[in-house]
Design a protein around this ligand. Sequence first.
Ligand SMILES: Cc1cc2nc3c(=O)[nH]c(=O)nc-3n(C[C@H](O)[C@H](O)[C@H](O)COP(=O)(O)OP(=O)(O)OC[C@H]3O[C@@H](n4cnc5c(N)ncnc54)[C@H](O)[C@@H]3O)c2cc1C
Length: 608
Amino acid sequence: MYEHDVLVIGGGGAGLRAAIAAQEAGADVAIVSKLHPVRSHTGAAEGGINAALQSGDSWEAHAKDTMKGADYLADAPAVETFARRAPKEVMQLEHWGMPFSRDEDGTVSQRPFGGLSFPRTTYAGAETGHHLLHTLYEQVIKRGITVYEEYFVTRLAVTDEPDPNDRTCHGVTALDLKTGAVEGFRATGGVILATGGLGQVYDHTTNAVANTGDGMAMAYRVGVPLEDMEMIQFHPTTLPSTGVLITEGVRGEGGRLFNSEGERFMFERGYAADEGELASRDVVSRAELTEIQEGRGFGDGHVKLDMRHLGEERIMDRLENIVGLARHFEGVDPLEEPMPVKPGQHYAMGGIETDEYGSTCIEGLYAAGEAACVSLHGANRLGGNALPELFVFGAEAGRHAAGVDLDPPAIEVGPDPDVAREDREWPTELGAGGAETDVVPDGRDLEPGALLGEAVAAERERVEELLTGDGDRGHVEVREQVQETMTAHVNVFREGEGLETALEDISDAREAYEDVTVTDPSRTFNTDLQQTIETRNVIDLAEVITMGALARPESRGAHWRAEHQTRRDEEWLRHTLVNWRDGDPELFYRPAILESESVTYEPEERSY
Ligand SMILES: Cc1cc2nc3c(=O)[nH]c(=O)nc-3n(C[C@H](O)[C@H](O)[C@H](O)COP(=O)(O)OP(=O)(O)OC[C@H]3O[C@@H](n4cnc5c(N)ncnc54)[C@H](O)[C@@H]3O)c2cc1C
């Protein structure tokens, strides 16, 4: 068994920033990651990082744009903490050596991004994430922070008090991918989940194959509510054949979208008469799909994005890697012809419910980054707002887990017995039913080390069963079943009947998963075993996303319902929460917080 004060699960931007902050606060920190840190998905980020750095801009304007972009489902204390601290975090990165693109006078360049009232997106060419990961990883190495790479965390070791609000997390179990051994990692201070997004719930996604939402699913199964999971962002410019992202930076620099009739439809068809291509992502994604569905798309269903007029010099200076991506993944040279694009799954606005310090309702368990939901992005994230979130809230979680005293949180967490639970009919049985939970039974009576030992034993048994079972299914067919129904029914456009079909399909997939066996018996880098375990996470998360979408009868941000095409602030300005109560998912709601110390954000109609 390994032991540290603070364990950070995940070596992406959020995990690395959290580890640095915890180490600076005096903790002995270790990072446990299924990928080597610099292979984390943060490295794929292209466009940039928002922060109010220049005169003429302000953190207040950044906060206001973020609330509007979120379609007012964000919590003001989180939004203001974020907007106030982002500039300092970006300057910190600069001092650590992040090679930001610069203007001729040497100042860090900033460019326009969708939904921003000021050009406040800093960047490093179109390889911002790659440089960011390397900059942070250098700091981790310099500080001697321990990194356990290629360890796949499979379960949290949590005490089994009946009420999740009374539980404590003492560590994690992890599969050493190199040897196949299950090991225990104990945290005397705290465990921070920084495991990233869940794009693999869909079959057309910009996310890496590693993005299976493991942290969200593990936290959910030990009793932490998942928040606003129906709010999935679809990015309007992904390459049709692979889902590879064409950064919003292309539109930020002046790239133009057009349909098969040659129209710049964002302006000419009135989708966003002022901002055009720079409207927020939900608006542009719906516009593209409307064009395609009304017969003004190209080929097998895409529109085109043209950047040739920017000129080769500017393109190669600011967007060089886009040229490579389009050439290699789509066989199109964007210096010579427009690129085909269509919407694809891109980002999870929802996630593990946390307060503004990264705490969950379970003592000793924290979350940050895309895995978490501090209610910053609400119903729609603005491009360039995810990366600063990693630093601002990653650092908060790191400091908190290391024991730094903080003010009482403004954002509440946990399944609250006083909140009215939503009692509704579902088209099928949901969840795993009965007493299914990842919490180790009788943990209450065990010392932390013994509790972790029990969790390791339970996990070794699960791995053994998967390796030696006689089921006749493979994880691939089950995962595909989930991905296909999610893309068909829980996509940019949603309607009740389709969502019900998706829930039934997911329930069938859960049943099929009971018969899944790993066919590769080897213990060394057994990707069959790893992906089988991940697939269980994909099933649980698909269900929560679809439940939330079916239960929200309005259209807000990225969540658009055919039968309910307006935003209903009086009833629905509230967060969706789903809690795994020993195997039975339960839905409840909490009001969005629109008031901060200084301002009340009044919901306005969102036009761009
Ligand atoms: C193509 C693309 C481009 C983007 N561009 C931008 C942009 O320009 N600006 C912006 O603001 N945002 C952008 N985003 C969003 C942003 O990049 C992500 O939200 C962010 O990088 C997520 O960081 P993270 O640290 O939370 O997760 P990740 O970087 O995905 O890291 C997750 C880490 O967790 C580890 N992990 C996962 N599961 C386990 C497990 N079970 N056990 C152990 N370790 C585990 C992984 O190994 C990895 O190290 C983009 C996203 C994509 C997909």
